[in-house]
Design a protein around this ligand. Structure first.
Ligand code: BDP
Length: 583
C-alpha cells in the first residue's frame, strides 16, 4: 500500500488536530488530540483503564476543487480495531491496531460538501487478537498466586466486569494512534509499486495501476539525474555504476523511482542493496553485517503510542549518537514515517508482527493462524520496498518448548508464507524467549536465530559470574546449529540516578556491568552477528509489582536522558563502527 504523497497529480489533507471524543455511549463529547493515544490525555483514570469501544468524530469537507479526482480516506493505524462511519453510514471496518487501511470515498463525500466522520475504536485484546490479552486473568507481570480460592474469585469478578489485561509487557495504548488523511488521485491511478534490486544495478519493477494510461518508470539518482528509464507495467531496468544503499552513516544512497500512469504520478525512494544469509553470516551487499542497536517501543509521555515526527527524529539522532545501526520494531509494525527516516539514515530494521503474548497451551495458536497470515501479508505489502527492512520477524517470544510440535506446526507455515510473499525474499525470524532450548523445534529453523535472554536478570539474578557461565553454555549449544545468532533482547531494570559502588541490581552501575558481562560472551563467538539491548528507553506498561512506573530497562529514561549504560554502549559501538569502516 502506497503512503499518501503530495505531488503535481495528488493532494493530501491531513486531518490531525482536535477531534470530538467520548469514552462511553451517552457521555458528553469532549476534545481530544489526534493522532495520539487517548489514555494519557486526561487525568481521569477512566481514560487510562478504559476497556472497550470509544468514539471519535470530526466534521470534514472535501474542497470543491477536488471535483473530478478520486478521494480516499486513509487511517495509518487505529488501535486495535475500527469501524468508520460517514454521515451515519458505515463505510469500512478494520481489525488490527498497527497497520493502515483506506476506503475510497469519491461517491460518499461530494466536493464542496461537508460530512461527519465518526470512528468507533475498540481496544479489547483476547485470544482472537494480535497482540494477545489475558481476558481479565493475571497481567504479564502480575503476581496473583494461582489456586487461592479468594484470589481466583477476584479474578472471576474481574472477568465479569470486563477487565481486559495485556499478555505483554507494554501499556495497551489505544485510539487513533497515527495520522488520518484524505488524499486524492486522478480517476486512473497507480495502486502499488514493487521494486527488487540487485547489487549489479538491476531493478525489477512492477506497477499495479487502475486504468489504461501508459505506465512509465524513470529512475533518478540523488542529484535528480535520470539513471534508467522503462515503459509498461513490469520490466527490468539497469542502472550503470550503481551506488549501493549501505547500512552506515552517510552512505545510505537513495534513488527515486518516478512512476507515471496517465495523469497520475508517484515518487518512490528506494535503495539498491541485497540481503542474504550464508552459513553463520548475515550479509548486506555481500559484506558481513553485525546488528548493534537497542530495541524500541513507540512510547512517550502524553502521546502514548501516538505518532510524533519530532520524537522519531530525536530517537534516530540518539541512535546516531550511540553509533547504533539497527532496531527491531518490538512488538508491532511501527508508523510508516520511521521507516522513511531509517532509509535515509542507513539504520536497519527488523520488522515484527504484533504477535506477542502467545504462550503455549494444548490449543496452541487458538485458531489465530489465518488472521496472523493476513497481518503478515499486510505488513510485507506495506514495507516491502524499504531498503532499511532486512529481516521479517513473525512474532515475539511465543511458547515453543512446552508443545514443541504444535508450535512448529503453527509457525512454519507463516515462515514459508513470509518467504513466498516478500518480493525481495528477505531472511525470516521468530524471536525466541528464554526457554528449554533443547526442546525447541521452531526457533532453530529460522534463517537467523533471534534469542531473548535474561541471564543475570530474571535468571541467576544479580550473579553475573554465574550468568556468564550459563550463557556461554547455551551459546555453545547454538554454535552447532550453524546459523547466525542475534541476542535480540537482554537487559536490566535500572532506576536512573540510583547508584552503588558495588554494582547491585537496579543501579546504573549494575546495568553497565550486566552489559559488560554479556558482551564478553558475545565477543568470543563469530557466529553471533548481533546485540540488541532491551530497551532503548524506559517505557510504560500495565501496572504491576515488578514495574515501578513502567519497564525501566531503557538505556535512556523515558524523556530520553542517557543512563550510564548509554554512554558505555556509545563507546563500544563507536569502536565497532570504526572496525566496520575499516573493512
Ligand atoms: C521480554 C519481552 C519484552 C519485555 C522484556 C522485559 O519480549 O516485551 O519487556 O522481556 O521483561 O520477555 O523487560
Amino acid at each position: 500500500m502506497l503512503y499518501p504523497q503530495i505531488n503535481s497529480a495528488r493532494a493530501v489533507m491531513d486531518l490531525s488536530g482536535i477531534w470530538q471524543f467520548r469514552l462511553r455511549e451517552g457521555d458528553n463529547w469532549q476534545s481530544i488530540a489526534v493522532p495520539a493515544s487517548y489514555n494519557d490525555q486526561s487525568p481521569d483514570a477512566a481514560f487510562r483503564d478504559h476497556t472497550g469501544k470509544v468514539w471519535y468524530r470530526k466534521r470534514i469537507a472535501c474542497p470543491a476543487f477536488f471535483a473530478g479526482q478520486r478521494a480516499v480516506l486513509r487511517f495509518d493505524a487505529v488501535t486495535h480495531s475500527a469501524r468508520v462511519f460517514l454521515n451515519g453510514k458505515e463505510v469500512c471496518a478494520h481489525r488490527g491496531g498497527f497497520l493502515p487501511f483506506e476506503i475510497e470515498v469519491t461517491d460518499l463525500i461530494r466536493p464542496g460538501e461537508e460530512a461527519e466522520l465518526l470512528v468507533e475504536a475498540d481496544n479489547r485484546i483476547d485470544h482472537t487478537t494480535l497482540p494477545i490479552g489475558t481476558e481479565g486473568d493475571t497481567a504479564f507481570f502480575g503476581s496473583d498466586n494461582p489456586g487461592i480460592t479468594s484470589v481466583e474469585a477476584g479474578k472471576r469478578l474481574r472477568r465479569e466486569n470486563g477487565v481486559n489485561l495485556p499478555a505483554f509487557d507494554f501499556f495497551n495504548y489505544a485510539g487513533i494512534n497515527r495520522p488520518v488523511r484524505l488524499y486524492t488521485t486522478p480517476a486512473e491511478y497507480i495502486r502499488d509499486i514493487t521494486l527488487v534490486t540487485k547489487m549489479t544495478g538491476e531493478v525489477r519493477y512492477r506497477v499495479d495501476a487502475e486504468g489504461t494510461g501508459e505506465i512509465r518508470v524513470t529512475v533518478l539518482d540523488a542529484q535528480g539525474r535520470t539513471a534508467a528509464e522503462g515503459k509498461g507495467a513490469e520490466g527490468i531496468l539497469n542502472i550503470p555504476e550503481p551506488r549501493l544503499w549501505e547500512p552506515r552513516p552517510g552512505t545510505p544512497y537513495l534513488y527515486t523511482a518516478h512512476v507515471t500512469c496517465g495523469a497520475d504520478e508517484y515518487d518512490l525512494p528506494f535503495g539498491i542493496r541485497e540481503v542474504k544469509v550464508e552459513g553463520t553470516k548475515f550479509l548486506i551487499n555481500g559484506k558481513p553485517f553485525r546488528f548493534h542497536g537497542p530495541c524500541r517501543h513507540e512510547d512517550s509521555p502524553f502521546r502514548g503510542r501516538g505518532m510524533d515526527q519530532c520524537l522519531n527524529m530525536t530517537d534516530i539522532n540518539l541512535y546516531r549518537w550511540l553509533h547504533a545501526n539497527c532496531f527491531r520494531t518490538s512488538h508491532y509494525p511501527y508508523a510508516e514515517e520511521i521507516y522513511d527516516l531509517c532509509d535515509r539514515e542507513g539504520i536497519v530494521i527488523v520488522d515484527e508482527t504484533p504477535a506477542v503474548g502467545m504462550w503455549a497451551d494444548e490449543n496452541y495458536g487458538w485458531g489465530l493462524g489465518e488472521y496472523h497470515a493476513q497481518v503478515l501479508r499486510d505488513m510485507i505489502a506495506r514495507d516491502k520496498n524499504h531498503p532499511c527492512v532486512v529481516v521479517w520477524s513473525l512474532g515475539n517470544e511465543p511458547g515453543t518448548d512446552t508443545y514443541p510440535e504444535k508450535a512448529r506446526d503453527y509457525w512454519m507455515p507463516l515462515y514459508r508464507l513470509a518467504h513466498r510473499t516478500d518480493p525481495q525474499d528477505r531472511p525470516v525470524t521468530l524471536v525466541g524467549c528464554q526457554n528449554i532450548y533443547e526442546k525447541d523445534r521452531t526457533i532453530p529453523e529460522m534463517d537467523v536465530v533471534f534469542i531473548n535472554r535474561y541471564y543475570g536478570w530474571y535468571n541467576l539474578s544479580g550473579d553475573l559470574e554465574t550468568a556468564k557461565y550459563a550463557f556461554r553454555m547455551e551459546l555453545d549449544w547454538w554454535k552447532d546449529k550453524n546459523k547466525p545468532v542475534v541476542l535480540s533482547e537482554y537487559g536490566a531494570d535500572t532506576i536512573a540516578g540510583l547508584h552503588g559502588a558495588a554494582a547491585e541490581m537496579f543501579t546504573e552501575e549494575f546495568q553497565v556491568e550486566f552489559y559488560r558481562a554479556m558482551s564478553e560472551c558475545l565477543d568470543e563467538r563469530d557466529f553471533v552477528v548481533g546485540e540488541m539491548p532491551w530497551n532503548f528507553a524506559d517505557f510504560n506498561t500495565c501496572q504491576g509489582p515488578m514495574r515501578p512506573g513502567g519497564n525501566r530497562k531503557g538505556l535512556f529514561t523515558r524523556d530520553r536522558r542517557p543512563k550510564m549504560a548509554a554512554h558505555w554502549f556509545r563507546g563500544r559501538w563507536a569502536e565497532m563502527e570504526k572496525r566496520e569502516e575499516g573493512r
